[in-house]
Design a protein around this ligand. Structure first.
Ligand SMILES: *Cc1c(COP(=O)(O)O)cnc(C)c1O
Length: 392
């Protein structure tokens, strides 16, 4: 007996899964390419493709014309190489220096910003086959990156290291999702001054990149050689301030389950741990076999002063009642008509209704990124190649 994700002939792995709409990834990358042209798009597929499955996303993004990929970890890059992906892969921050030989062996491009790491890359590189590195400057994010004042010195030290080639210079915007604020212009001005100094000192740098998704959508001056596009690839808005610019994107992930149990409950009874929800009328409830171990936050059903978040069943919105438990939660389905095995949509569309990752984010006081990255590996991902037909 083989347990498999839905769509396969075998027995389903569980009554819960995430569908990844490959056509939506292609649509989003094509839209982003048109938006940033003549700049290019590199797809950011760190954190297992923001919870969507890095290999599925990387393949679709490259097919749609993305020219490179970005990851956070060396291991993430190695997994892409092991899947046969040959595109350029940028590792977005310095990693444990012990990993540098493996990084170079898998043709992953390091981002560098310290003498120690430039030294480690130089030591691992083959002087006869120079390795491209990108220098990162911190222009205001205050997370990683060299001080702009250090840019010329570090560029020279890359230039003089046998086996290294300065292929790119980059920075990262901190407030690009708020187009009304001027921070991004200030960051870009700081960056341009440092870049001009580097180019005056040692000649032109082949590639420059500064934009994340919000930068790509809202800041034409940030697009440069390519944009490092993460969240927009997945059809999720980087933030409310750029919702209008993100509107042409299509959400890629749908989180689904099947009703696992249905029962009648009486007015005056309670549900779930802590008895935090009291039924004020007789009703019917359905159990959904997903919980916080799957990335459905415990408090989604019990935030103060409002009904629980809705799920979609039979094209209708049904509120979560009581706290979400580790593996299951309960929804009020009113006068019923709901049966065991019915499809439940937690994030995504059903009939005329849609619930977006951004809706959960707004309710939970976070961002869509955290919602999709939080969907745990316990939830099978099913790549839907042609909605309503085959799947892989
Ligand atoms: C994660 C990341 C990105 C992608 O950001 P999005 O907002 O998801 O587009 C781009 N650049 C760097 C350095 C990152 O860490």
């Amino acid at each position: 007996m083989r347990l498999m994700a839905p769509g396969d002939d075998a027995i389903p792995l569980r009554w819960a899964w995430a569908e990844i709409d490959v056509a939506a990834i292609v649509h989003n990358v094509e839209h982003l390419r048109r938006t940033v042209a003549p700049a290019r798009v590199w797809a950011v597929v760190k954190a297992d493709g923001y919870g969507h499955g890095a290999i599925t996303v990387a393949r679709a993004a490259l097919r749609a014309g993305a020219e490179g990929l970005c990851v956070a970890l060396v291991q993430e890059g190695i997994e892409l190489r092991s899947a046969g992906l040959d595109a350029p892969i940028l590792v977005l921050s310095e990693q444990p220096p012990e990993q540098v030989p493996a990084m170079l062996a898998h043709r992953l491009t390091p981002i560098v910003y310290t003498d120690a790491y430039i030294g480690a890359c130089g030591a691992a590189a083959d002087p006869d086959a120079p390795v491209d590195v990108h220098l990162k400057l911190d222009t205001g994010m205050q997370r990683v990156g060299a001080a702009p004042d250090d840019a010329v010195r570090l560029a020279r030290s890359i230039d003089t290291a046998a086996g290294l080639r300065l292929a790119g210079v980059s920075t990262h915007l901190a407030v690009a999702d708020e187009p009304a604020r001027t921070v991004s212009n200030e960051q870009l001005a700081t960056f341009d001054a440092a870049l001009a100094a580097v180019e005056a000192a040692r000649g032109p740098v082949p590639v420059v990149h500064t934009a994340n998704s919000a930068g790509a959508l809202a800041w034409p001056a940030a697009r440069r050689s390519f944009a490092r596009v993460g969240i927009a690839t997945y059809g999720i808005s980087p933030g409310p301030g750029v919702d209008d610019l993100a509107a042409p994107l299509r959400p890629v992930l749908t989180l689904k389950a099947r009703v696992s149990y249905v029962k009648r409950v009486r007015a005056g009874t309670y549900v779930s741990y802590g008895w935090r929800h009291r039924f004020d009328r007789d009703t019917v409830v359905a159990t959904v076999p997903l919980g916080y171990a799957d990335g459905v936050p415990r408090r989604l059903g019990t935030l103060p002063d409002r009904p629980g978040a809705d799920v979609l069943i039979g094209g209708r919105r049904c509120p979560i009642v009581g706290v979400v438990t580790m593996d299951q939660f309960v929804v009020d389905v009113g006068d019923g008509g709901v049966e065991v095995g019915d499809e439940v949509v937690l994030i995504g569309a059903q009939a005329a209704e849609r619930i977006r990752a951004e809706d959960w984010a707004e309710r939970l006081g976070t961002i869509g990124y955290e919602v999709v990255c939080g969907i745990s590996p316990r939830v099978p991902r099913v790549a839907v190649v042609d909605r309503g037909h085959g799947s892989t």
